[in-house]
Ligand binder design. Structure first.
Ligand code: FE2
Ligand code: FE2
Length: 141
């Protein structure tokens, strides 16, 4: 069995950054919590250092993210939010790409941590500042 991590051991999978903020405290807090949770899950898997732990942690990360999305989608449906479809589609895209990473990991027992972290980070920067910012400003009114 081969287990390869890039040498980023002391670092979080994703660092919280100001670019993630949308300017509504509760939402920023929620997003920050989500990212902390992802880092914790990931850290634990690395400490355990087994293939199973990493597979499980990818599954858990997927679960936390999709729970956050499900909540937002529920809010949008309840409000007949005009951008529901596009917003949901963007959520699906991230979930699909995590699924791809999970499949890849199952096949190759190899996870490019830097690439995974970057993909998540890029998606969050973009999604938070556009789709989530619009939704939560809408919800405030
Ligand atoms: Fe969100
Ligand atoms: Fe969202």
């Amino acid at each position: 069995m081969v287990l390869i991590f890039n040498e980023m051991s002391a670092m979080n999978l994703i660092e919280w950054r100001d670019e993630f903020k949308i300017g509504i405290d509760e939402v920023d807090f929620e997003h920050q919590e989500l990212i902390e949770l992802i880092n914790e899950i990931y850290d634990e898997a690395k400490t355990e250092g087994s293939i199973l732990a990493v597979s499980d942690s990818l599954g858990d990360i997927f679960g936390k993210i999709s729970a956050h999305f499900a909540l937002e989608e529920k809010e949008m449906r309840e409000l007949n939010y005009d951008q529901y479809e596009v917003h949901k589609e963007d959520h699906e895209q991230l979930l699909d790409s995590i699924r791809d990473i999970m499949d890849e990991y199952e096949e190759e027992n190899n996870l490019d941590e830097e690439d995974f972290g970057n993909r998540l980070k890029d998606w969050f920067v973009n999604h938070f500042s556009t789709k989530d910012a619009r939704l939560h400003k809408f919800l405030q009114h």
